[in-house]
Write a protein that binds this ligand. Structure first.
Ligand SMILES: Cc1ncc(C[n+]2csc(CCOP(=O)(O)OP(=O)(O)O)c2C)c(N)n1
Ligand SMILES: [Mg+2]
Length: 300
């Protein structure tokens, strides 16, 4: 089921074992984290913690689930990945580089004048960036419209909307959720990065949105909550979501609990984690910690 769903990217992986699949996607997540650190270093600061936290979600999307053509990002049959959270662009660029949609060397231009990679994601600048999503809470409504449109066209393409937990504060997100259920959009999957953080502090101190799984279910969605830094759990959840969509045609959401700065202990412990300033001498240490953690895990 997962194989036909993402035929375009996964055909070369038919026959791999479940463990090989997890290792392949885990390695992609690791490269995404390295790309994000390298980009962050260009500016000395940025939304690096979110990119590290969401790298496993992004890897599952781009290295496994999404159907796309790297050399033809506007191919009509592509699955659409909509980044609502424009400030997560650094993580998205890292994933687009991993996917081969933008060259890895171009990441160095992140946030610079004349770059195709501005600090907040903009669709007119970057191949593979479907929407300009910095105004939080609009992505899901756009995703609903695109999913409806694709269905009217008879397309088998799917729509994925990447949201943050801060976007669950927005009424527009829940209006869109109702619309998706009303139209029985089985071609729509939302993935929410629950990193328990917002610009103003911890999510439960800004606005208590829990219990989020119950809320999505009450809105008619097929909801699953997983450890968003566990590649195996994420793959299983996305496979379930696709199967559920095919069986009963309702939208699905994967609620992903993640850790800001994941993989770099120095950054996992930062107090001010929404927008990180990282000293010049710390970047190399971050890369070393990331590599050491990944190699340690690979040996276990
Ligand atoms: C509609 C809207 N309101 C406020 C902002 C300002 N803003 C930018 S990022 C952010 C934090 C939102 O929470 P989340 O996306 O969960 O933050 P993170 O996990 O990245 O810290 C806010 C309030 C915005 N971009 N759009
Ligand atoms: Mg958050």
């Amino acid at each position: 089921m997962g194989v036909t769903h993402s035929l375009e990217t996964r055909k070369q992986h038919i026959g791999e074992t479940a463990m090989e699949r997890i290792e392949r996607v885990g390695a992609a997540a690791h490269r995404i984290r390295h790309h994000a650190l390298n980009m962050g270093e260009v500016q000395g600061q940025g939304y690096v913690g979110q990119a590290l936290g969401a790298a496993d979600m992004l890897a599952v999307a781009y290295a496994d689930q999404l159907r796309y053509r790297a050399n033809d990002p506007e191919w009509a049959g592509r699955d659409r990945f909509l980044l609502s959270t424009g400030h997560y662009a650094i993580g998205h660029y890292a994933a687009l580089a991993e996917a081969g949609i933008i060259p890895v060397e171009e990441l160095e231009s992140y946030g610079s004048d004349d770059s195709r990679l501005p600090m907040s994601g903009m669709s007119t600048y970057t191949p593979g960036m479907e929407i300009s999503g910095g105004s939080l809470g609009h992505g899901l409504a756009i995703a609903v419209g695109i999913a409806l449109g694709l269905r009217h066209q008879g397309s088998s393409a799917r729509v994925y909307n990447f949201l943050s937990d801060g976007e669950l504060d927005e009424g527009s997100t829940w209006e869109a959720a109702m619309g998706a259920h009303h139209h029985q959009l089985g071609n729509l999957t939302a993935m929410v990065d629950i990193n328990a953080l917002q610009a103003d502090g911890k999510t439960d101190t800004v606005l208590r949105t829990e219990p989020v799984t119950d809320k999505w279910e009450a809105f008619g969605w097929y909801a699953q909550r997983v450890d968003g830094n566990d590649v195996g759990a994420l793959l299983a959840a996305f496979d379930n979501a696709a199967a559920q969509a095919a069986a009963v045609g309702r939208p699905s959401v994967v609620l992903c609990d993640t850790k800001v700065g994941r993989g770099v202990p120095l950054l996992e412990e930062r107090e001010k984690a929404h927008f990180m300033r990282i000293e010049e001498h710390e970047w190399q240490l971050c890369r070393q910690q990331l590599t050491a953690g990944f190699n340690g895990k690979a040996q276990r």
